[in-house]
Design a binder for this molecule. Structure first.
Ligand code: MN
Length: 230
């Protein structure tokens, strides 16, 4: 399909909020016909992250969970004021209106797209340039950042997410529960790890710490994180 700008903007929320004005390089959406929101394609093959994250995990996590959030989101917004909003606007509106059902599906649709882009084959290592300077400025050095990020991701009770965010001039690591997202807390996401059990249980069972360490070591997409730095 030829992607229309309106669809791209709606999906990505480019410029919808000042928080997210950075030009995210999200992958193009899969044609969803008449659906207001379209699941973006994975930015790599489903085998690309193996053996850290198997194609089997991705088949369920992307193909069932992420797709499912889009499916429920589309059912919820059809024929409502939310159908013409960007995804980020739906997240913000649902949060403001205390519409938990809509918020959960919209935020999970957004969070997962951000998660897929937070990783790449041959990632890991250390950031460079301005992002490295910002990390050193906020955490002391890269090892202290890694320790703080690993602790936050590993210590998140139950389902949720571990984020590196920009909060004003500071970088912080924060955990959010369930579908909660820094977008509605005035913070700009730079990087995320999904720590719901569905993200790692097929490959790591209960060893969440091993999953987090392997992502940091082999998959983190520091170029994506740097591109989000405002
Ligand atoms: Mn997930």
């Amino acid at each position: 399909m030829v992607m229309q700008r309106r669809e791209f903007v709606r999906l990505m929320g480019a410029g919808a909020l000042s928080l997210t004005a950075a030009p995210y390089v999200f992958s193009k959406p899969i044609d969803g016909g008449a659906d207001p929101f379209m699941l973006p394609e994975l930015p790599y093959a489903d085998t690309a992250l193996a053996p850290v994250i198997s194609a089997n995990t991705i088949s369920f996590h992307y193909g069932k969970h992420h797709a499912g959030y889009f499916s429920k989101l589309n059912k919820a917004v059809k024929g409502t004021k939310h159908a013409d909003m960007t995804l980020e606007e739906v997240v913000a509106a649902a949060h403001k209106d205390n519409n938990g059902g809509l918020f959960n599906n919209a935020a999970q649709a957004w969070n997962h797209t951000f998660y897929w882009h937070s990783m790449k084959a041959g990632g890991g290592g250390k950031p460079s340039g301005k992002l490295a300077d910002a990390i050193n400025g906020s955490f002391g050095d890269f090892d202290q950042f890694t320790a703080a990020f690993s602790k936050t991701c590993g210590g998140q009770f139950g389902s949720g997410w571990g984020w590196l965010v920009q909060d004003g001039a500071e970088l912080k690591v924060i955990g959010t529960s369930n579908a909660d997202t820094p977008l509605v807390h005035g913070m700009k996401p730079l990087l995320v790890i999904d720590v719901w059990e569905h993200a790692y249980y097929l490959d790591y069972q209960n060893r969440r710490g091993d999953y987090i360490a392997a992502i940091l070591d082999k998959l983190v997409n520091w170029e994506f994180a740097a591109s989000n730095l405002g």
